[in-house]
Design a protein around this ligand. Sequence first.
Ligand SMILES: C[S@@+](CC[C@H](N)C(=O)[O-])C[C@H]1O[C@@H](n2cnc3c(N)ncnc32)[C@H](O)[C@@H]1O
Ligand code: SF4
Length: 422
Amino acid sequence: MIYNEKKHNFKKYFDNWDLSKNNFVLFGASKECIQLIRTIKIILPEYDFKIKYLVDLDESALGNNISLYEINKAAYKSEINTDILNDKIFEVKSFQDYLNDKEQPKIIITSDAHYNRIKDTLIENNKIEDLDFTKYRKIAGVWPYILKKKTHIWRTDILLTEKCTLNCTFCNMYMPHYKNPKHKNINKIKEDIDILFKNVDYISTLHLVGGEPFLYPNHKEVFQHIGKNYRDKIDNVLITTNGTLLPKPEVLDLIKKHKFLVSISDYTDGINYKRRFDIFIKKLNEKKINYFTRKDILWSDFGDPRVSKYEKLSDMEMISHFNKCVAPYRGLSNKKLYFCHLNTSAVLSEILEDDPNDYLDLENTTPEELIKFDVGFIKKGYLTFCKNCNGCYSGIEVPVSPANQGVRPDPVLGTTIDQKST
Ligand SMILES: C[S@@+](CC[C@H](N)C(=O)[O-])C[C@H]1O[C@@H](n2cnc3c(N)ncnc32)[C@H](O)[C@@H]1O
Ligand code: SF4
C-alpha cells in the first residue's frame, strides 16, 4: 500500500475502529485470533475488547462453542500461551449467520492462511475495507499507538547464522544460494536487538532462526541478552530449529528459565536423522521445555530468488501482488527492519541489492513511521523483492518438500511471467 495521508490518516482510521464504541466479530478461528486477543489484553488491560462472536469459513469443523484453548490446539498445538485468557468460550458462527445479524458488527480478519479468501467473500458481499472490515495487524499496531502511544509490532525474525546443517532446495531463507555463508557477528546481533527495543515498546513474537540457530556459536549469548534485558517486552520468544543438533544442558536451562518456546521442524520423513531428532525431543521433555513439533508443514516454493519473474508487471499490478501476500515476518538486520524476512535473506545472500524502499532505518525513524511501516505502508506500494517472489498465502501456492536438498538448476535468466498466467 502506498501511504496516503488523506486516505490513511491514523486518527480517522482509529475513529472508524474505536475500541470503546464498537462490538467486533473476529473472522478466522486461528492462532492469529488467539494472539490478537492475548496481545490486546497484555498491552491494553484497562480496555474492554468486546468480541460478539467468531466467524469461520469452516465453522462446522469447530463446533458452535469453542474455547481459545481448543482453537490453539486445532491451529498449531501449543504455540501460543493461553494462560491469561481464562479459557474463554466463544460462539463460532457461519458467515451466513453474520449476514443475518442486524447489528453487522465490524469485522477483524484474524487469519493469515485464509486472509484472501475471507477478504474476497467480504468484498463480494459489498463490505468495504477499513470501514466494515480490517486486518488484525492494523488493529494490533494502531490501537496501542493511538490509545497509549505504545509502539507494538506483531513479529520480527532475526537470522543468527547463514550456515545450516541441511541445504534445503526450497528453503525460504535461501540457504543453498549463499556463496560464502557466515555466522553473524554477536555484537552486531546485540546492537540490532538493542536498537529494536529503543524503538519498540512491545513485540508479540520475536523469532530466532537461521540457517540452523543451534549451529551459531554464540546462540547462548543471544538467549542471555534477550532473556536478561528484554523478556518483559516480548510475549513469545520463538526459536525454530530442524532438530539436527543437540543444545548443551546449560542452553536448555536458559531456554527453560526465560520461558522461550522451541518450534522443531520435523523433516525426518524425507531426511535421515530420526535418531538425533528423538534424542532432541527427549531432552526437551526431561527439562520440561515448552516446544511443539511441525511435521505437516506445507512447504511452498516462493520462487527462484535469482529470477525476477514478475518484472513485466506494472506498478499497479505489483501493488495488487503485494497486497495479496500476508508475510507475517519482518526481518531485523544491520539496524534495519525489513518488511519481509525473505527480503532480508535475499540481501544477505547478495542475490538482491539493498533498497531503502524495503526497510526502515531504525537509527532514524519515529514511532508513527514504525507503526505505519509495520502495518504495510511501503514507499513504492510493494517491495523490490516482490518481483522475484510468489508471496505467502497469496494464492500462488507451489507445493514442494524439504526432502529436496541442494541448489536448484541455474535459471534461464530473463524468465518473466504476467499476472494472468499465475
Ligand atoms: C528457514 S527455517 C530456519 C530454522 C531451521 N533451520 C528449520 O528448518 O526449522 C524456519 C522455518 O521456515 C520453514 N520453511 C523454510 N522454507 C519453507 C518453505 N519453502 N515453505 C514453507 N516453510 C518453509 C521451516 O520449515 C521452518 O519452520
Ligand atoms: S529450511 Fe532447511 S536449509 Fe533452510 S534453514 Fe531450515 S534446515 Fe536449513
